[in-house]
Write a protein that binds this ligand. Structure first.
Ligand code: GLV
Length: 332
């Protein structure tokens, strides 16, 4: 049998699950940056020159500079739901469709939001450190007292797929749920989740836990800063597993340090992978390295979606699923 030639080349910017690579290899030549840290920008710009397709992560900026360096580029698939690293307008103007991976990570990210919330409220990480340090001297009525979760008020900033999945779990804890979002789901969703829409300031004032589930964009950068911490309860816990720059991290450090708020559970950082000075020293912050979607099942599914969208569009000539800029296709 004659071997089929695979003329199109896909640049994959990081190690991803083997099954995802195998799917791509059936249809394309691969240029794999087989590392577990981000490809240096200069190398990315040079390797994308000969790429027909790009499978990238949220650590790679896809912007006018990259597009200019990629004369053959016909498609971008990002292994993420977030698109804030992609200049969609520039891709659309170049006729380059962009796909992402919504849906498959919703429940996993909601689970992790709860991991942060419970860990921060009940001081799980401080307890772990105490055990490992040999500092536990026996049960003590006043040791590491946290705050109850059940029956409290959860404020969700952003009430899309992940925000709603977080709310669904909160029902099991008997929490009151308020949310703030420009787009309101129908009454049926509000009723099912027993969720009440609230103004932004009201939400900050009444919530015991404030959890962020909005996209990062010009309207949400530093949405939560000094003024907002000033409105929150002194016992309030902030959870952010969305995007770091939504929270002014220096203001958060100040609020945690001064006791202006009670605690935080963070999965994302303003200048990831760096943290604001002082954050790592604060015992009332639970800090995770961007793990919300990091289950074996979900990461494999995200990679499968990204790889399949490249196969669909570039190898089979089909419209890919989860196209973020449908207008890019109208030009051709
Ligand atoms: C993770 O943060 C993602 O956008 O998928």
């Amino acid at each position: 049998m004659r071997r089929q030639s695979h003329p199109l080349k896909i640049l994959v910017t990081r190690r991803i699950p083997e099954a995802n690579l195998a799917l791509l290899k059936r249809h394309f030549r691969l240029d794999l940056y087989a590392h577990s840290t981000a490809i240096p920008r200069r190398l990315l710009l040079s390797r994308v020159r000969s790429a027909d397709g790009l499978l990238c992560l949220l650590t790679e900026r896809v912007d006018a500079e990259l597009l200019a360096a990629a004369p053959r580029l016909k498609m971008v698939a990002t292994f993420s739901v977030g698109l804030d690293h992609v200049d969609l307008a520039a891709c659309t103007a170049r006729g380059v469709p962009v796909t992402h991976t919504p849906g498959v990570l919703t429940e996993t990210c909601a689970d992790f939001t709860w991991a942060l919330l419970l860990a921060a409220a009940r001081r799980v990480v401080e307890g772990d450190r105490l055990m490992r340090s040999g500092g536990y001297a026996g049960w003590d009525p006043l040791m590491l007292l946290g705050t109850d979760v059940h029956g409290k008020t959860l404020g969700l900033i952003g009430f899309g797929r992940i925000g709603q999945a977080v709310a669904r779990r909160a029902l099991g804890f008997g929490m009151k749920i308020v949310y703030h979002d420009l787009y309101r789901p129908g009454r049926a969703v509000e009723k099912e989740l027993k969720a009440r829409h609230a103004g932004f300031r009201e939400l900050l004032k009444v919530s015991d836990f404030v959890s962020v589930h909005t996209d990062l964009g010009p309207g949400t950068r530093h949405l939560i800063g000094r003024r907002e911490f000033g409105l929150m309860k002194p016992s309030a816990v902030l959870i952010n597993a969305a995007r770091g720059p939504i929270v002014d991290e220096a203001a958060l450090v100040a609020a945690l340090r001064s006791g202006r708020i009670g605690g935080a559970g963070l999965d994302v950082y303003e200048r990831e992978p760096k943290m604001a000075p002082g954050l790592a020293a604060l015992p009332n912050a639970v800090l995770a390295p961007h793990l919300a979607s990091a289950s074996l099942e979900t990461r494999s599914e995200m990679g499968r979606l990204a790889a399949q969208s490249l196969v669909d569009f570039l190898a089979l000539g089909r419209r890919p699923l989860h196209l973020a800029n449908p207008k890019a296709l109208k030009r051709s």
